[in-house]
Structures are given as C-alpha cells and as structure tokens.
Design a binder for this molecule. Sequence first.
Ligand code: SF4
Length: 386
Amino acid sequence: MTKRHPSEATYCSYLWQHACVRSGLQLQPCCRFVIDSKDSLPRLHQNFDNITKTINSEFQQDIRAKALRGDIIDGCEKCRRTEQKGGFSLRNLANREFPRQGDEGLLSQPEDIRYLEIFTGSLCNLKCLTCGPDLSTTWQSEFHSLGWSFNKTESVDADYSRLISQTPNLRQIKFVGGEPFLSRSHDQILDAIPGPMAEKMKLVYYTNATIWPNAKVLGQWKRFARVELWLSIDGLGSVNDYVRFPSRWSDVLANMTKYFEFASENPVLKLGVNCTVSIYNVFSVRKLEEWMIQFRSHYSPDIFHMFHLNPLILPAHMDIQNMPEGLKSEVDLDLNSEQQRNVMDHMRRREANHQLLPLLVDFTKATDRHRKQNVCDVIPEIASIF
Ligand code: SF4
C-alpha cells in the first residue's frame, strides 16, 4: 500500500494558485477560509502594484508552511469538517483542479494564480434573512432602522485591469456579492479580460435571480469558455420571497425562464440552483426540488449542471441542527434525492442547542414587524416556535 504523505492531510493548491479579494481589497486564500479578525488579512493597493508582496505576506507564508508540514490550519476548518464527515471538500476540489506540483515552497508569484474570487461589493437589492449587512446594502438600511449595530464593509474602487494584467495564467473568476449584476466593478473586470485569455476562462456567478444582466454583459459572456451561473433560490414561491425579502417570485420565475432560454441558444452558459437550507425553508426543499425537476424538463439536460442544497451553518440560530427535536421529526424529505439525504444527515448530526431558539424568535419577530409580514402565515410548519 502506498504510504500517504502526512502533508496530504492539509495540502491545498489554492494556497498557491488562488486568491480571494474581499471588498476592502483584503486578500484571503479562499471564500471558505475562516478568520477571527479581518484586520489580520494583508491588503492590496487600489492599483494592485503590491500584489507579489501581498500574496507572500507573513500571513500567507505561515499558512503555506503549515500546509506543507501537515499541520492543522485553523482557517481551513470548514474543509476539514466536510472531510471528517466523509464529504468532498473545496480543498479536494482544489487539488483535483490544480494538482500538486511537488516543488512548492513558501512563496507564490502572480503568474501562479489560476483562480480569483472577487467580492464585487455589498450593493444588493435584497435583505435575505440568512445574509446580513456585510454583504447587502439593503440589510444595512434595515439595521439602521432597527437600531442594530454592525461593522460597515469598506468598499474600495480599484483598477481591476491592473490585477488582470498581472495574472496572465488566470483560468477562472468567481464573482461574489452583493449582487454581481448591480456591480460596476464586475462590468469593469469583464472589459479588462483580453480575448485570448477569455477563450480559456470560466466565469462563475452567484446571483439572486431578480436582476437581469445588461445587454453588454450578455454579449461579453460569449467570449468566454464557460459561464456558470448559480441562481440562489431559497424555497418555492412565497417561502423564497419571505426568506429573500423583498424578492418577488414572479420576477425570479421570469428571469429563470429567460436564463434557460438564453442558455438554450448560447451553450457557453450553464445553470445551477443553490438553495441555502435553514430553519425557515427546510419544509419547502422537497417541493422546490420536485418543481425544479419539472421546470428543467422543458429544456435540454446540458443546460443545467446542478441543484444544490447547502445546509446553513451560520448564523447558528438558523441552522436546522438547532431546530427543536420534535420539529425535526416532522421534516419531510425525499431520501431518494442525494441532496435531501445530505440535508437530513446534517439536521440529525447533533442535538439541538436550545439556548439559540430565543435568538431566532427575537430576530424573526423584529424583522417581521419591520417588514409587515408574519412567519406563521408563510411557513405554518414552524409556527409552534413562535
Ligand atoms: S483547505 Fe479549504 S478553506 Fe483552506 S484554503 Fe483550501 S479550500 Fe480554502
């Protein structure tokens, strides 16, 4: 049997070949990396003239050293937990996409970067219950109205063309928001990518499906090797509108139809649906998946790459693990669906933490009052909590 090198347990090619640029131009290894304080992250300049220095900061070198030694990396906790549960982590994906070269040291160069994740700012027209003011300007206004405090996310206008020109071997960009189709930085980044680079590049988006991209963006997509669009949908009809307030199902449906039609004519576009599963919508996911199967059956299977149910972990009071045990037993999931089986496994993994329930009740009642709605009307299955 081949002996497993100890560092394989923590080695992640993203630590060399991937960069995640947050709204304040702070740099972290990837979007799943957990940090206690954003202040500890190295920061890029607006014209990106310090990129080599930033990707080789003490912070980055320290993580790479740990990865090579096989030491536990605290920030990579989410990947570690997924692997411990037998799942396929982002680290596993990273190492499959960009296999280990074997000669990695502590340093990396801009030319080594193959994959960028860019936070395009917090401008967003929705204030989804599972999101917050750091990722949505609409949430920021509601926090103000409710008298709740929050740390304002710094938004920096940067010259992304300078970032693109220094990373010639880039093969993938993922846009993280806010809502990317409301972001000027997003349009500027697409403009900065030269034709030969675009031909080999994949773009990945997470969109709230209420904003239709402008004609220029739709035209730009045709220059790329692949455009992968994840539509964030957190329930069927009124449940989606409740969780993703103030979204309207009729708009979501109209845009979904347009996306499927655009993808039918433009094979570059591939669609997926991502549903963040929380206490609010766990009773709706079975209906959502059934509806999705029906909806996509009208189109070629090539268009659609995945329906993904992603159990929420934070905020913990919305995590289905912390739902009262009696309610857990009423959740009706289709165990023939791999995605719904994952949701069931996640929900049953731990006993509920009952201390978190008052937090959920207070938060929901406060937002309901402000939004002039009532959780019990929309999601009667969880009315007993309130
Ligand atoms: S191990 Fe996971 S969290 Fe850590 S850098 Fe890799 S992908 Fe990101």
